[in-house]
Ligand binder design. Structure first.
Ligand code: ATP
Ligand code: MG
Length: 369
Protein backbone atom coordinates (compact mmCIF):
# COMPACT_ATOMS: atom_id res chain seq x y z
CA UNK A 1 0.00 0.00 0.00
CA UNK A 2 2.69 2.46 1.04
CA UNK A 3 4.71 1.44 -2.02
CA UNK A 4 1.81 2.37 -4.29
CA UNK A 5 1.33 5.76 -2.69
CA UNK A 6 5.02 6.59 -2.94
CA UNK A 7 5.11 5.44 -6.52
CA UNK A 8 2.31 7.83 -7.42
CA UNK A 9 4.13 10.72 -5.78
CA UNK A 10 7.28 9.91 -7.72
CA UNK A 11 5.39 9.83 -10.99
CA UNK A 12 3.90 13.29 -10.50
CA UNK A 13 6.64 15.47 -12.06
CA UNK A 14 6.61 13.45 -15.28
CA UNK A 15 2.90 14.18 -15.68
CA UNK A 16 3.61 17.92 -15.86
CA UNK A 17 5.11 17.52 -19.35
CA UNK A 18 8.46 16.69 -20.97
CA UNK A 19 11.74 18.10 -19.64
CA UNK A 20 11.81 21.88 -19.57
CA UNK A 21 15.46 21.89 -18.57
CA UNK A 22 17.80 19.03 -19.35
CA UNK A 23 21.49 18.73 -18.63
CA UNK A 24 23.61 15.90 -19.85
CA UNK A 25 27.08 14.79 -18.68
CA UNK A 26 28.03 18.30 -17.58
CA UNK A 27 31.57 18.65 -16.18
CA UNK A 28 33.77 21.51 -14.98
CA UNK A 29 37.25 21.46 -13.45
CA UNK A 30 39.21 24.31 -11.89
CA UNK A 31 42.85 23.15 -12.03
CA UNK A 32 42.90 19.83 -10.20
CA UNK A 33 39.46 20.36 -8.63
CA UNK A 34 36.69 18.53 -10.44
CA UNK A 35 33.93 20.88 -9.27
CA UNK A 36 31.16 19.23 -11.33
CA UNK A 37 31.67 15.67 -12.52
CA UNK A 38 29.46 14.41 -15.34
CA UNK A 39 26.09 15.54 -13.98
CA UNK A 40 22.82 14.71 -15.73
CA UNK A 41 19.36 15.96 -14.68
CA UNK A 42 15.95 16.49 -16.29
CA UNK A 43 13.42 18.93 -14.86
CA UNK A 44 9.78 19.04 -15.99
CA UNK A 45 7.89 22.26 -16.73
CA UNK A 46 6.57 23.72 -13.51
CA UNK A 47 8.68 21.47 -11.36
CA UNK A 48 10.60 22.75 -8.31
CA UNK A 49 13.90 20.87 -7.92
CA UNK A 50 16.53 21.48 -5.25
CA UNK A 51 20.26 20.78 -5.35
CA UNK A 52 21.29 19.84 -1.83
CA UNK A 53 24.85 19.25 -0.68
CA UNK A 54 27.72 20.30 1.56
CA UNK A 55 29.80 23.39 0.96
CA UNK A 56 32.14 22.92 -2.01
CA UNK A 57 30.25 20.02 -3.63
CA UNK A 58 29.68 22.00 -6.86
CA UNK A 59 26.17 23.45 -6.50
CA UNK A 60 27.03 27.03 -7.52
CA UNK A 61 29.27 25.86 -10.37
CA UNK A 62 26.48 23.69 -11.76
CA UNK A 63 23.94 26.53 -11.52
CA UNK A 64 26.34 29.04 -13.12
CA UNK A 65 26.89 26.70 -16.08
CA UNK A 66 23.14 26.36 -16.57
CA UNK A 67 22.75 30.16 -16.42
CA UNK A 68 25.66 30.71 -18.81
CA UNK A 69 28.09 32.49 -16.47
CA UNK A 70 30.59 29.60 -16.47
CA UNK A 71 31.48 27.58 -19.58
CA UNK A 72 31.39 23.78 -19.10
CA UNK A 73 34.39 21.62 -20.08
CA UNK A 74 32.07 18.97 -21.50
CA UNK A 75 28.35 18.23 -21.62
CA UNK A 76 25.18 19.86 -22.93
CA UNK A 77 22.31 22.01 -21.59
CA UNK A 78 18.86 22.12 -23.22
CA UNK A 79 15.87 24.37 -22.60
CA UNK A 80 13.11 22.16 -23.99
CA UNK A 81 14.62 21.05 -27.31
CA UNK A 82 16.91 24.06 -27.75
CA UNK A 83 20.62 23.53 -27.09
CA UNK A 84 21.62 26.55 -24.95
CA UNK A 85 25.07 25.26 -23.92
CA UNK A 86 26.94 28.12 -25.62
CA UNK A 87 24.20 30.77 -25.67
CA UNK A 88 24.91 34.04 -23.81
CA UNK A 89 23.11 34.25 -20.43
CA UNK A 90 20.65 36.93 -21.54
CA UNK A 91 19.36 34.76 -24.41
CA UNK A 92 18.59 31.72 -22.24
CA UNK A 93 15.30 32.95 -20.69
CA UNK A 94 16.56 32.00 -17.28
CA UNK A 95 16.54 34.20 -14.19
CA UNK A 96 19.33 33.94 -11.64
CA UNK A 97 19.23 34.93 -7.97
CA UNK A 98 22.80 34.92 -6.68
CA UNK A 99 24.19 33.54 -3.44
CA UNK A 100 25.15 37.10 -2.44
CA UNK A 101 22.40 39.67 -3.04
CA UNK A 102 24.39 41.39 -5.82
CA UNK A 103 22.03 44.35 -6.12
CA UNK A 104 23.35 47.43 -7.91
CA UNK A 105 24.40 49.58 -4.91
CA UNK A 106 23.90 52.94 -6.66
CA UNK A 107 20.39 52.12 -7.90
CA UNK A 108 17.20 52.22 -5.85
CA UNK A 109 15.09 49.07 -5.36
CA UNK A 110 12.81 50.23 -8.21
CA UNK A 111 15.76 50.87 -10.53
CA UNK A 112 17.21 47.44 -9.69
CA UNK A 113 13.94 45.72 -10.58
CA UNK A 114 13.54 47.83 -13.74
CA UNK A 115 16.99 46.96 -15.04
CA UNK A 116 16.23 43.93 -17.24
CA UNK A 117 13.03 45.26 -18.85
CA UNK A 118 14.79 48.60 -19.51
CA UNK A 119 17.70 46.80 -21.17
CA UNK A 120 15.19 44.89 -23.26
CA UNK A 121 13.90 48.23 -24.57
CA UNK A 122 10.46 48.10 -22.93
CA UNK A 123 8.47 51.36 -22.76
CA UNK A 124 8.77 53.38 -19.58
CA UNK A 125 5.08 53.12 -18.62
CA UNK A 126 5.18 49.36 -19.11
CA UNK A 127 8.34 49.03 -17.04
CA UNK A 128 6.89 51.15 -14.23
CA UNK A 129 3.78 49.02 -14.14
CA UNK A 130 5.77 45.80 -13.98
CA UNK A 131 7.97 47.15 -11.17
CA UNK A 132 4.87 48.03 -9.15
CA UNK A 133 3.28 44.62 -9.76
CA UNK A 134 6.40 42.74 -8.73
CA UNK A 135 6.93 44.97 -5.69
CA UNK A 136 3.39 44.09 -4.56
CA UNK A 137 4.01 40.41 -5.19
CA UNK A 138 7.14 40.31 -2.98
CA UNK A 139 5.71 42.90 -0.54
CA UNK A 140 8.21 45.72 -0.88
CA UNK A 141 5.79 48.38 -2.26
CA UNK A 142 6.80 50.88 0.42
CA UNK A 143 10.53 50.45 -0.14
CA UNK A 144 10.93 51.12 -3.85
CA UNK A 145 12.83 54.42 -3.43
CA UNK A 146 15.38 53.03 -1.02
CA UNK A 147 18.96 52.11 -1.90
CA UNK A 148 20.25 48.60 -1.05
CA UNK A 149 22.22 49.85 2.00
CA UNK A 150 18.93 51.22 3.41
CA UNK A 151 17.27 47.78 3.28
CA UNK A 152 17.47 44.80 5.65
CA UNK A 153 18.87 41.50 4.41
CA UNK A 154 15.40 40.04 3.94
CA UNK A 155 14.21 43.11 2.05
CA UNK A 156 17.27 43.02 -0.23
CA UNK A 157 16.51 39.35 -0.84
CA UNK A 158 13.00 40.26 -1.98
CA UNK A 159 14.33 42.97 -4.30
CA UNK A 160 16.80 40.46 -5.80
CA UNK A 161 13.94 38.04 -6.39
CA UNK A 162 11.76 40.72 -7.99
CA UNK A 163 14.69 41.78 -10.17
CA UNK A 164 15.12 38.19 -11.43
CA UNK A 165 11.35 37.87 -12.06
CA UNK A 166 11.23 41.19 -13.97
CA UNK A 167 13.00 39.58 -16.92
CA UNK A 168 10.09 37.09 -17.15
CA UNK A 169 12.29 34.02 -17.09
CA UNK A 170 10.90 30.60 -17.99
CA UNK A 171 13.33 28.99 -15.60
CA UNK A 172 14.34 30.46 -12.26
CA UNK A 173 17.76 29.53 -10.86
CA UNK A 174 18.21 30.36 -7.19
CA UNK A 175 21.53 29.98 -5.39
CA UNK A 176 20.97 29.90 -1.61
CA UNK A 177 18.76 32.97 -1.83
CA UNK A 178 17.97 32.92 1.89
CA UNK A 179 21.35 32.06 3.37
CA UNK A 180 21.66 35.34 5.27
CA UNK A 181 18.21 35.31 6.85
CA UNK A 182 17.16 34.08 10.26
CA UNK A 183 15.14 30.87 10.57
CA UNK A 184 11.72 32.49 11.02
CA UNK A 185 11.94 34.82 8.01
CA UNK A 186 13.44 32.01 5.94
CA UNK A 187 10.50 29.73 6.63
CA UNK A 188 8.02 32.49 5.73
CA UNK A 189 9.84 33.60 2.60
CA UNK A 190 10.36 30.08 1.29
CA UNK A 191 6.63 29.34 1.52
CA UNK A 192 5.96 32.59 -0.33
CA UNK A 193 8.60 31.78 -2.92
CA UNK A 194 7.13 28.36 -3.64
CA UNK A 195 3.65 29.90 -4.00
CA UNK A 196 4.99 32.62 -6.28
CA UNK A 197 6.81 30.18 -8.56
CA UNK A 198 3.68 28.01 -8.78
CA UNK A 199 1.42 31.00 -9.51
CA UNK A 200 3.70 32.23 -12.29
CA UNK A 201 4.01 28.72 -13.73
CA UNK A 202 7.80 28.79 -13.63
CA UNK A 203 10.28 25.96 -13.43
CA UNK A 204 12.75 26.36 -10.58
CA UNK A 205 16.15 24.97 -9.68
CA UNK A 206 17.02 25.95 -6.12
CA UNK A 207 20.32 25.49 -4.32
CA UNK A 208 20.67 25.01 -0.59
CA UNK A 209 22.74 23.14 1.96
CA UNK A 210 19.82 23.21 4.39
CA UNK A 211 18.11 19.82 4.22
CA UNK A 212 15.00 20.95 6.05
CA UNK A 213 14.52 23.68 3.46
CA UNK A 214 15.10 21.21 0.60
CA UNK A 215 12.58 18.69 1.95
CA UNK A 216 9.99 21.38 2.67
CA UNK A 217 10.17 23.19 -0.68
CA UNK A 218 10.80 20.69 -3.42
CA UNK A 219 8.99 18.37 -5.79
CA UNK A 220 12.31 16.55 -6.09
CA UNK A 221 15.68 16.83 -4.36
CA UNK A 222 19.05 16.05 -5.97
CA UNK A 223 21.62 15.20 -3.30
CA UNK A 224 25.12 16.20 -4.45
CA UNK A 225 28.42 14.89 -3.23
CA UNK A 226 31.87 15.91 -4.52
CA UNK A 227 30.68 17.15 -7.91
CA UNK A 228 28.21 14.33 -8.58
CA UNK A 229 24.53 13.74 -8.02
CA UNK A 230 24.25 10.90 -5.55
CA UNK A 231 20.46 10.48 -5.68
CA UNK A 232 17.45 12.31 -7.15
CA UNK A 233 13.98 11.71 -5.76
CA UNK A 234 10.94 13.12 -4.02
CA UNK A 235 11.59 14.30 -0.45
CA UNK A 236 9.82 11.15 0.81
CA UNK A 237 11.95 8.89 -1.33
CA UNK A 238 15.20 10.58 -0.30
CA UNK A 239 14.26 10.35 3.39
CA UNK A 240 12.71 6.88 3.51
CA UNK A 241 14.58 5.08 0.76
CA UNK A 242 18.12 6.42 0.52
CA UNK A 243 20.10 4.56 -2.10
CA UNK A 244 23.44 4.88 -0.37
CA UNK A 245 24.89 5.12 3.06
CA UNK A 246 25.96 8.68 2.28
CA UNK A 247 22.38 9.84 1.61
CA UNK A 248 21.07 7.89 4.63
CA UNK A 249 23.52 9.71 6.90
CA UNK A 250 23.25 13.08 5.16
CA UNK A 251 19.46 13.39 5.44
CA UNK A 252 17.86 13.35 8.85
CA UNK A 253 19.05 11.35 11.82
CA UNK A 254 19.87 7.71 11.31
CA UNK A 255 20.62 4.41 13.00
CA UNK A 256 22.68 2.39 10.51
CA UNK A 257 23.06 -1.18 11.66
CA UNK A 258 24.83 -4.18 10.15
CA UNK A 259 23.22 -7.60 10.49
CA UNK A 260 23.07 -11.10 9.02
CA UNK A 261 20.01 -12.37 7.17
CA UNK A 262 18.38 -15.38 8.87
CA UNK A 263 15.11 -17.24 8.30
CA UNK A 264 13.22 -15.08 10.83
CA UNK A 265 14.64 -11.74 9.73
CA UNK A 266 17.85 -9.89 10.49
CA UNK A 267 20.25 -10.97 13.25
CA UNK A 268 21.86 -7.91 14.86
CA UNK A 269 24.07 -9.01 17.72
CA UNK A 270 21.71 -10.79 20.16
CA UNK A 271 18.43 -9.61 18.62
CA UNK A 272 16.49 -11.09 15.71
CA UNK A 273 14.55 -8.28 14.05
CA UNK A 274 11.68 -9.25 11.78
CA UNK A 275 12.38 -6.63 9.10
CA UNK A 276 11.87 -6.86 5.35
CA UNK A 277 15.30 -7.72 3.93
CA UNK A 278 14.19 -7.14 0.33
CA UNK A 279 15.43 -10.28 -1.37
CA UNK A 280 18.78 -10.51 0.44
CA UNK A 281 20.00 -14.10 0.66
CA UNK A 282 20.32 -16.20 3.80
CA UNK A 283 23.67 -15.47 5.47
CA UNK A 284 24.18 -12.11 3.70
CA UNK A 285 25.65 -9.29 5.75
CA UNK A 286 23.54 -6.20 5.07
CA UNK A 287 23.13 -2.68 6.43
CA UNK A 288 19.74 -1.32 7.40
CA UNK A 289 18.57 2.19 8.18
CA UNK A 290 16.17 2.56 11.10
CA UNK A 291 15.07 6.16 11.64
CA UNK A 292 14.75 7.14 15.32
CA UNK A 293 10.98 7.56 14.96
CA UNK A 294 10.75 3.98 13.67
CA UNK A 295 11.97 2.44 16.91
CA UNK A 296 9.25 1.67 19.45
CA UNK A 297 9.62 1.22 23.15
CA UNK A 298 8.25 -2.24 24.07
CA UNK A 299 6.74 -3.04 27.46
CA UNK A 300 8.73 -6.26 27.89
CA UNK A 301 11.90 -7.78 26.48
CA UNK A 302 11.60 -10.34 23.67
CA UNK A 303 13.70 -12.10 21.04
CA UNK A 304 13.13 -9.14 18.73
CA UNK A 305 14.04 -6.35 21.17
CA UNK A 306 17.27 -4.75 22.29
CA UNK A 307 17.50 -3.73 25.92
CA UNK A 308 19.46 -0.84 27.37
CA UNK A 309 19.43 2.37 29.37
CA UNK A 310 18.82 5.95 28.32
CA UNK A 311 22.04 7.96 28.54
CA UNK A 312 20.86 11.24 27.04
CA UNK A 313 17.61 12.97 26.07
CA UNK A 314 16.96 16.02 23.89
CA UNK A 315 13.64 17.82 24.02
CA UNK A 316 12.58 18.80 20.47
CA UNK A 317 9.10 20.14 21.21
CA UNK A 318 6.69 17.65 19.65
CA UNK A 319 9.13 14.80 20.20
CA UNK A 320 11.95 13.78 22.50
CA UNK A 321 15.10 12.14 21.16
CA UNK A 322 16.81 9.59 23.37
CA UNK A 323 20.18 7.91 23.09
CA UNK A 324 20.01 4.36 24.40
CA UNK A 325 23.12 2.39 25.31
CA UNK A 326 22.17 -1.21 24.65
CA UNK A 327 23.56 -4.20 26.55
CA UNK A 328 24.96 -5.53 23.27
CA UNK A 329 27.18 -2.46 22.89
CA UNK A 330 25.13 -0.60 20.25
CA UNK A 331 23.99 2.98 20.75
CA UNK A 332 20.52 3.63 19.29
CA UNK A 333 18.74 6.93 18.70
CA UNK A 334 15.02 6.82 19.47
CA UNK A 335 12.42 9.51 18.94
CA UNK A 336 9.13 9.36 20.78
CA UNK A 337 6.22 11.79 21.07
CA UNK A 338 6.70 14.08 24.04
CA UNK A 339 3.94 14.82 26.52
CA UNK A 340 3.92 17.12 29.49
CA UNK A 341 3.55 14.13 31.82
CA UNK A 342 6.47 11.95 30.70
CA UNK A 343 9.97 12.55 32.00
CA UNK A 344 13.12 12.20 29.94
CA UNK A 345 13.53 8.52 30.86
CA UNK A 346 17.09 9.05 32.09
CA UNK A 347 17.56 6.95 35.21
CA UNK A 348 14.09 5.43 34.80
CA UNK A 349 15.39 1.90 34.44
CA UNK A 350 15.78 -0.27 31.38
CA UNK A 351 13.95 0.03 28.08
CA UNK A 352 13.37 -2.43 25.25
CA UNK A 353 13.45 -1.35 21.61
CA UNK A 354 11.87 -2.88 18.55
CA UNK A 355 11.89 -1.53 14.95
CA UNK A 356 8.59 -0.74 13.19
CA UNK A 357 10.31 -0.17 9.91
CA UNK A 358 13.78 -0.69 8.47
CA UNK A 359 15.17 0.07 5.03
CA UNK A 360 18.03 -1.90 3.48
CA UNK A 361 20.76 0.53 2.43
CA UNK A 362 22.83 -0.48 -0.59
CA UNK A 363 26.60 -0.17 -0.25
CA UNK A 364 28.14 3.05 -1.54
CA UNK A 365 30.02 3.14 -4.84
CA UNK A 366 33.22 3.70 -2.92
CA UNK A 367 34.15 0.66 -0.84
CA UNK A 368 35.75 2.83 1.83
CA UNK A 369 33.00 2.29 4.40
N1 ATP B 1 36.42 30.17 -10.01
C1 ATP B 1 36.94 29.14 -9.33
N2 ATP B 1 38.26 28.88 -9.36
C2 ATP B 1 38.80 27.83 -8.71
N3 ATP B 1 38.07 26.94 -8.00
C3 ATP B 1 36.75 27.13 -7.93
C4 ATP B 1 36.11 28.23 -8.59
N4 ATP B 1 34.78 28.17 -8.33
C5 ATP B 1 34.59 27.08 -7.56
N5 ATP B 1 35.77 26.45 -7.31
C6 ATP B 1 35.94 25.20 -6.54
O1 ATP B 1 35.03 24.26 -7.05
C7 ATP B 1 34.42 23.51 -6.00
C8 ATP B 1 32.92 23.69 -6.04
O2 ATP B 1 32.60 25.04 -5.72
P1 ATP B 1 31.12 25.59 -5.67
O3 ATP B 1 31.18 27.05 -5.45
O4 ATP B 1 30.41 25.13 -6.88
O5 ATP B 1 30.54 24.84 -4.39
P2 ATP B 1 29.14 25.01 -3.63
O6 ATP B 1 28.55 23.65 -3.56
O7 ATP B 1 28.35 26.09 -4.26
O8 ATP B 1 29.60 25.43 -2.15
P3 ATP B 1 28.90 26.45 -1.10
O9 ATP B 1 27.79 25.68 -0.43
O10 ATP B 1 30.01 26.75 -0.13
O11 ATP B 1 28.43 27.66 -1.84
C9 ATP B 1 35.08 24.01 -4.71
O12 ATP B 1 36.13 23.13 -4.39
C10 ATP B 1 35.59 25.37 -5.09
O13 ATP B 1 36.72 25.71 -4.31
MG1 MG C 1 27.67 27.92 -3.61
Amino acid sequence: MLDQVEHKLEARPAQKGGPHLRIDALSKSFGDTRAVDSVGLSIAKGEFVTLLGDSGCGKTTLLRMIAGFTAPDTGRIWRQDIDVTYMPPAARRMGFVFQSYALFPTKTAAQNIAFAPRMAGKRRAEVDQRVRQLATLVEIDQLLDRYPHELSGGQQQRVALARALAAEPEILLLDEPMSALDARIRAKLRTELRGLVDRLGMTALYVTHDQEEALALSDRVAVMRAGRIEQVGTPGEIYHRPRSRFVAEFIGTSNLLAGTVEAGGLRINDALWSVNTHGARMGDLITVLVRPEHLSIAAVAGADTMTGTVISATFLGATRRLTVRCDNGLHLLVEEPSTAATGNRIGEGRIHLRPDHAHVVPLDREASW
